[in-house]
Design a protein around this ligand. Structure first.
Ligand code: NOJ
Length: 556
């Protein structure tokens, strides 16, 4: 049985906002908090009940806000603290929640702590960061190049796991831990309902190891932040490289008082050999990773995050599905196979209108620090054309183009000049157009989220997978009480799919089919309530019908 605390979070459906690119209310070309306020009706009508805001704190913006120079204030182009208070109040009035991004691993080098630290090694901030006369290891920055930078002011090297201007905090120092706990308390007192915690696996480090993750005191530090009584009701989701079940349990088992859940990333390898190199792939890989974690988490009563996209990843639809002719079908199929599983859905802005990866002819159309570092590195071994092709495939900016709201100037995002060029396909893919279309991704999402919210089976229900790993489709059930629902998602090939039990007519179907069994078009999907049945509750690994009579499941 899930503990009560987790039970409540399973009702959350989170929409992730990348504030710079969401909606600009004052014409300066940068999305802002007032812009978010303007769109609350749109978001609530979609069916989400929580927002996660990527960082809006004071920041020089080298890594778009993940380089914080004041954790307790708002960067001017996003608005003011008052705007944020207004957003919290407006959300709460609607029964919605707010999750803020917390970046505990590093600050901007413009943060006063770093300035003090570099100027006075014996002063109170002297040990806030990792300082050495010589780099103690050969760690590389996630954004490429050495993770150690010489600071001429202090005459020592400091650690930066990301950009040169993002210095890693020294969590061994109890004062650093106290500072971060105070920051959590500051925002909790202002009314935020939870935190998404940036690279949580990096806050404890063993400098002798080959990588700066999962250090020996990680769990102690997490408990020190979130195990405290006053913050025990917060929803906390850590960004983490965890990829085994034991670690997930160590982070998220309720009695450990650490995190509510994690973002796991092993399905992010879908459709690519590395971040900038495509690899032929299909929905199959995604299905298999999702199924693995569903079954494992269910066994241990943990809750998962359900997501395929975020601000660091090129859209999944462009990597493993069809972002051209079958864009609508693909977007719907991805949504059904992800968001009807057990866990907390996270929808990244733009997914609900079927946003795909854009394309540009020049590196000048990009903005991201990781993208520029990678491009420079590529130029060492390949032509500018080839390097740009890789950037077009993998750049984080693929997920950061302004939301296209309509067909007007700058697609309704701003009346000024957008901080980054608009999406190259914004004329074709925008909210206004999608909402008017017969095949509307937004309306499909809306129907899906409504269905999910209306049936306990989709919230706490048991998940059983009926398709087998060889199948080029995905069939699963969710069951609670005496209600069982079946979801069928076909992959790229047209084929006949049959079920071993009766079902009512589908209540959700991207191509409007009226029976759950039969021939499925590419990326067609449907969800129906099971009628009288043999035994859809059998454990997935048994799959009696699949073994005994495979033709029940699939007729070639
Ligand atoms: C992970 C964030 O998602 C990413 O956008 C950021 O650049 C790094 N952490 C560094 O904070």
């Amino acid at each position: 049985m899930l503990c009560d605390k987790y039970r409540e979070y399973l009702n959350w459906t989170v929409y992730q906002i990348y504030p710079r690119s969401f909606m600009d209310s004052n014409g300066d070309g940068v999305g802002d908090i007032r812009g978010i306020l303007q769109k609350l009706d749109y978001l609530q009508a979609l069916g989400v009940n929580a927002l996660w805001l990527c960082p809006v704190y004071k920041s020089p913006n080298d890594d778009n806000g993940y380089d914080i120079s004041d954790y307790r204030d708002i960067r001017e182009d996003f608005g003011t603290l008052q705007d944020l208070d207004d957003l919290i109040a407006a959300l709460h009035q609607r029964g919605m929640k707010l999750i803020m991004d917390l970046v505990p691993n590093h600050t901007s080098t413009a943060h006063p702590w770093f300035r003090e630290s570099r100027e006075d090694r014996d002063g109170p901030y002297g040990d806030y960061y990792y300082w050495f006369d010589e780099p103690p290891n050969d760690w590389q920055s996630v954004f490429r190049g050495s993770a150690w930078e010489f600071d001429p002011v202090r005459g020592q090297y400091y650690l930066h796991s990301f950009a040169v201007s993002q210095a890693d905090l020294n969590w061994e120092n109890p004062r650093v831990r106290r500072e971060m706990a105070d920051i959590v308390d500051f925002w909790t007192a202002r009314g935020v309902d939870g935190f998404r915690v940036d690279v949580i696996d990096m806050i404890s480090k063993d400098l002798q190891k080959t990588r700066g993750t999962f250090g020996p005191r990680l769990h102690e530090y997490i408990r020190g932040l979130f195990g405290r009584e006053n913050v025990s009701k917060l929803f906390t989701v850590g960004e983490s490289g965890v990829n085994d079940m034991e670690e997930l349990i160590r982070h998220c088992a309720a009695e450990r008082k650490e995190l509510t859940t994690l973002f796991l990333f092993d399905h992010m390898g879908c459709g690519r050999a590395d971040k900038f190199t495509p690899k032929p792939d299909s929905l199959k890989t995604l299905r298999d990773r999702l199924v693995y974690w569903q079954e494992a988490a269910e066994k241990h009563d943990l809750i998962l995050t359900l997501f395929t996209d975020n601000h660091d990843q090129a859209p999944m639809i462009s990597r493993i599905a069809d972002d051209g002719e079958k864009r609508y079908e693909s977007a719907a199929a991805l949504a059904v196979m992800t968001y009807l599983l057990r866990g907390v859905p996270f929808i990244y802005q733009g997914q609900e209108i079927g946003t795909v990866s854009p394309r540009y002819d020049s590196i000048d159309d990009f903005d991201d620090v990781e993208t520029f570092n990678a491009y420079r590195e590529f130029l060492g071994t390949m032509t500018p054309e080839k390097a740009l092709e890789k950037i077009n495939f993998g750049s984080r900016d693929n997920a950061r183009r302004p939301i296209a709201w309509d067909g007007s100037a700058n697609f309704g995002f701003t009346t000024g000049t957008p901080w980054i060029p608009c999406h190259s396909r914004a004329g074709e893919i925008n909210a206004e157009k999608d909402l008017k279309a017969e095949k509307s991704v937004y309306r499909f999402y809306q129907a899906l989220l409504k269905l999910r919210a209306s049936h306990e089976a989709f919230i706490t229900g048991i998940t059983r997978v009926l398709s087998s790993p060889e199948d080029d489709f995905f069939v699963f059930t969710r069951a609670a009480g005496n209600e069982t629902w079946v979801a069928v998602i076909n992959f790229a090939n047209e084929q006949k799919i049959a079920l071993p039990f009766e079902c009512e007519a589908p209540v959700l179907a991207n191509l409007g089919r009226d029976t759950i069994g039969g021939v499925y078009a590419p990326y067609e999907c449907a969800v129906a309530k099971a009628g009288p049945m043999k035994s859809p509750m059998a454990r997935s690994q048994d799959r009696p019908w699949a073994n005994e009579d495979a033709s029940l499941m699939k007729t070639p």
